[in-house]
Design a binder for this molecule. Sequence first.
Ligand code: SAM
Length: 264
Amino acid sequence: MIFYYFLGDFLKWKKIGDILIVDSKFDEDISDNLESIAARHNVKSIIKIDQIEGQKREPTISILYGNETETIHKENGCLFNLDLSKVMWAKGNNNERLRIAKLVGKGETVVDMFAGIGYFSIPIGVHSQAKQIYSIEINPNSYHFLKNNIELNKINEKAEYDRMVPILGDCAVEAPKYSADRVLMGYVKTTHHFLRPAMECVKDGGIIHYHETVPDKLIETRPYERVKQVAFECGEREVEVLNIQKIKRYAPGVEHIVLDARIY
Ligand SMILES: C[S@@+](CC[C@H](N)C(=O)[O-])C[C@H]1O[C@@H](n2cnc3c(N)ncnc32)[C@H](O)[C@@H]1O
């Protein structure tokens, strides 16, 4: 669970493992209190995320208190080892991470195209009876923690084979090598550029979870139109919209959503 703390009018904190993250509106005036804040919340470090940049979603941080940035965070009964100076933790996606894990049926093959440290893959490995999970990640730092998290959550220990397979690479190249019942596209901004490899990966009757940051007015139309267009281009496939899930406010007037679509 992520805890939010409010100090004054603007300050917002969240606790990831035993590290407290303060948002970018951090007020230098309270810097004197950092030691007592750290003690009160039982954390070893306090950091500020200055920005998260680029395709690999790499953070730039300032350490305000302490010096360690690696931790183990618990969420939805899963353990996530991560270094907050190297990889991101998406606030506000916790319900979605569990929702997807609960949708996965027994015996499914899942391809997670943007696996990160296992944000979706690990809950699927822990909570579902998926037969096989291929977790593709392009950022070597995230891939390192993805492998740690597979071990930490003992996902492959309980099966006679490697149920979860981490893959370091570009999902545009890797995803079409597999045939999946379910394809996760947990990435925003340019996700639609990856619809073709997702379409080449998903079986007939399989499901794509397609993320998009979309202006409010276009929620009901643009994500569906984009998926439909690529489905048509890839052998005139059909799209059935199962659900449009709002995940969080991304910017004023812009929502991060996920479209669940069955592809025939
Ligand atoms: C950080 S995750 C998004 C957050 C996640 N959905 C959650 O719930 O917390 C997106 C990941 O996609 C990875 N990525 C971006 N482009 C990629 C590509 N072409 N192939 C594989 N992974 C990619 C990034 O490195 C990043 O780790």
